[in-house]
Design a protein around this ligand. Structure first.
Ligand SMILES: Cc1ncc(COP(=O)(O)O)c(C=O)c1O
Length: 419
């Protein structure tokens, strides 16, 4: 459910025509809907009424400060994976006591930054990380609350490049090692094992793999409690999928949250979720303008001013995004490829797609681009980093400026040997 719809024939975000945003801020431009962010957060949060739950928004999905601040105002916590994301979360108004720190490789300086602000939990992914964290916390006279991210060896849908819960994956500690590592953690003065953490992958449409993994985690919580540990939280990660194409029907966030609430009710546990895509994915579109329409011998290429550097997902994962003209012209749809200007064959947003007729200057919206879109953008081809804007009803604002070409070069040193 999102708030992009047609108003007088033209695509709008909430009460704001997308053409107004393109006129004000130029293209390519990501546009995020406040109402959609709010709705998605609430669906998850409301399912846990009466239970202790922390919806720790996974900042990696979309780390725009205004997006995080919108969720912070609703009560969200944050799941961060770097010192940069930690800074973003804190700057956006999320209390450190609502922040969990995930990630396969956390540097010493990142552990120190998180210790210094006093975050809710470190999700530890290996024995060496445990030992480093414990030593650094002890040296600072602190006790770090930790979970181990356990690998439940569950195969989950999604895409091979974003599945993380199989035994051979690099993520988390082996299931069999958990009792020994929890006992080791309990013996170290710098850390307090308080939680079990799991995250099995992303863009998972069925509930069954989640239920299988969470069932194992809850069993482990009971085993650890029996061994005398005060485990008071279960962090169940993120990973719920969203519909990208017409006809996709992933499990509804409400069903997912109710499944978890049912599994965990009465267990005296704080439930932590780390949703990313399901909150922001359908809350954003990438707005782009047609540069040229090239009618070749075998197909038509619609060349737009967004490129793979602005939205990597099609090139990286063969991801599908619906693409629609902001204002549809009359006429028969044409079969076309929608491509960016970069000299790479993978710089293609859609192949063999039926699209209403378009002309140079028309605006297109690449839908469901709110998650893993702007965050993965680069300035490849010396294209300035893509700009971002947010809509709230009839008001809209730029939330990340497009850097000037001068700014793009500002940190480079043309001749480092000249004094
Ligand atoms: C540890 C962790 N938590 C949460 C997420 C968010 O996943 P998603 O955006 O699929 O909800 C990820 C992303 O893969 C992750 O690695």
């Amino acid at each position: 459910m999102h708030h992009f719809h047609r108003l007088d024939g033209a695509l709008a975000c909430e009460a704001t025509p997308l053409a107004d945003l393109a006129g004000a801020f130029g293209t390519p431009l990501y546009v995020y809907s406040t109402a959609t962010l709010t709705r998605h957060y609430r669906v998850l949060a409301d399912a846990f009424a009466g239970q202790r739950a922390l919806i720790a928004y996974s900042v990696k999905a979309n780390s725009n400060l205004a997006v995080i601040a919108t969720l912070a105002r609703l009560g969200a916590g944050a799941d961060v994976v770097s010192a940069g994301e930690l800074l973003r979360a804190v700057k956006s108004g999320i209390a450190p006591q609502k922040i969990v720190f995930s990630g396969v490789g956390k540097r010493d300086d990142e552990l120190d930054a998180a210790l210094a602000v006093g975050i809710h939990q470190f999700n530890v992914e290996s024995e060496p990380e445990l030992l480093r964290l414990a030593a650094r916390a002890q040296a600072a006279n602190l006790v770090a609350p930790i979970a181990f991210r356990v690998n439940p060896d569950v195969s989950a849908g999604g895409h091979a490049k974003i599945s993380t819960g199989k035994a051979e994956d690099k993520f988390g500690i082996a299931w069999a090692a958990a009792p020994r590592l929890y006992a080791l953690a309990a013996s170290l003065p710098g850390v307090a094992p308080v939680a079990v953490d799991v995250h099995i992958g992303s863009q998972i449409g069925e509930l069954q793999p989640f239920a299988a993994a969470f069932g194992k985690v809850l069993g482990l919580v009971e085993d650890l409690r029996r061994s005398g540990l005060a485990i008071s939280r279960a962090d169940l990660g993120g990973g719920l999928g969203i519909p990208y194409r017409d006809g996709d029907a992933p499990a509804h966030p409400d069903e997912y949250a109710r499944m978890i609430a049912d599994l965990t009710r009465g267990r005296d546990l704080e439930i932590i979720l780390e949703p990313g895509r399901v909150i922001v994915g359908n809350a954003g579109v990438l707005l782009t303008r047609v540069i040229d329409v090239k009618h070749g011998e075998s197909k038509t290429h619609v060349i737009v001013d967004a490129a793979m550097n602005d939205l990597m997902r099609p090139a990286l994962y063969d991801a599908h995004h619906e693409i629609v003209p902001v204002r549809e012209r009359a006429g028969a749809p044409q079969l076309c490829d929608i491509v960016g200007p970069i000299c790479e064959t993978t710089d293609r947003f859609a192949a063999d797609r039926w699209l209403a007729p378009v002309e140079a200057g028309d605006l297109l919206a690449i839908l469901s681009a709110g998650a893993y879109g702007a965050v993965m953008a680069s300035s490849y081809n010396s294209r300035p980093l893509v700009a971002e804007a947010q809509v709230d009803g009839a008001r809209f604002a730029l939330t990340r400026r497009r850097p000037s070409l001068e700014a793009l070069l500002a940190d480079e040193i043309a001749d480092p040997w000249i004094r």
